[in-house]
Design a protein around this ligand. Structure first.
Ligand code: ZN
Length: 321
């Protein structure tokens, strides 16, 4: 199967009322864990890397790790997605690396500037058949360079934004938050916003900052010498509700980081003599795969890989023009 576009994968998800996880990766074990989960649950998958991940891996390493995922899994729809691209230059670079989808995040700029930059990115990306995700409104919390004050998405403005930019997916701010230290208590998501935008158009919607920050993992980290303060994430039940209301992509990063840290710490605590990276990164990879598989099942993605044939970027390009 060729590399899949976000547009096709989310179009399918939206029609059948499930969501596809956007799972972040920074190294080989994370890419493998995500792919193991997709194989096990027979799910389409969005492998995503932030600008930070591109820099950390000197661009070329993450590119080939992702290409390895494609080569190893010809039967699965796989989207290679740039998460939170900050500038036109980064988007160009990601497309040059072979990504089939990019996010341009100009959500911290004024509405007019957000429209202008996003439109420019769409004009460029669609020439290659590459899909574009953009964001309107701002999330709280911290995700690498992304620091935000919360500003929920205005549904009316969202419809205008989509019409003026021609994007393929819209990230909405509905009260979720980036990072591991999200909320003091269970968050209340503004699902009315999702409902209203979903009602008004066919654009697939994306939820960022949607890790659940499992208590079990935090306790394990702290039991094994870590010091993570108390925090709540977005419960799976809330995510499932949001999917019912019209969310088609759910971004998860912090939970993967936590499960890796919790596992590595546990191995070190139990076996202080171990020093072969395979002996702690191997179990970490296994645990992350289990966690991602459980999310794929919860989001309704499991079993969906066989539902459709992936169209090529060339074919996707023809559909835009
Ligand atoms: Zn995000």
């Amino acid at each position: 199967m060729p590399i899949a576009t976000l547009r096709q994968v989310l179009g399918e998800a939206k029609r059948k009322k499930y969501a596809v996880g956007g799972f972040n990766a920074n190294n080989m074990e994370q890419v493998q864990a995500i792919m193991l989960a997709a194989q096990k649950t027979k799910s389409p998958v969005i492998l995503q890397a932030t600008e930070g991940a591109l820099k950390y891996t000197n661009f070329v390493y993450i590119k080939h790790l992702m290409l390895a995922a494609l080569e190893e899994n010809p039967a699965l729809p796989i989207v290679l997605h740039l998460d939170h691209g900050e500038s036109f230059e980064t988007v160009k670079k990601a497309i040059g690396l072979g990504f089939s989808s990019v996010m341009i995040d100009a959500s911290h700029k004024s509405f007019g500037r957000n429209v202008k930059l996003t439109k420019k990115v769409v004009g460029y990306a669609h020439r290659f058949g590459v899909s574009v995700e953009a964001e309107l409104g701002t999330l709280g919390g911290i995700e690498e360079h992304v620091r935000g004050k919360v500003k929920l998405t205005d549904p009316k403005q969202a419809v205008e934004f989509v019409n003026r930019t021609g994007i393929d997916a819209l990230a909405v701010a509905i009260g979720t938050s980036h990072g591991a230290y999200k909320f003091k208590r269970k968050p209340r998501l503004a699902l009315g916003i999702v409902k209203e935008i979903a009602k008004g158009g066919s654009i697939p919607l994306v939820m960022h900052g949607s890790s659940s920050i499992p208590l079990k993992l935090r306790q394990q980290i702290n039991r094994c010498g870590g010091r993570m303060p108390n925090a709540k994430g977005v419960p799976i039940s809330s995510i499932r509700k949001a999917i019912k209301y019209g969310i088609s992509k759910v971004n998860v990063d912090s939970d993967s980081r936590m499960v890796i840290t919790a596992t590595v710490r546990k191995v070190f605590k139990k076996y202080p003599g171990k020093f072969d990276p395979r002996e702690y990164l191997g179990p970490a990879r296994e645990e992350m795969a289990k966690l991602i598989a459980s999310k794929m099942r919860a989001f309704g993605t499991a079993g969906r890989a066989k539902d459709y044939r992936v169209i090529s970027l060339k074919e996707a390009k023809k559909r835009y023009y």
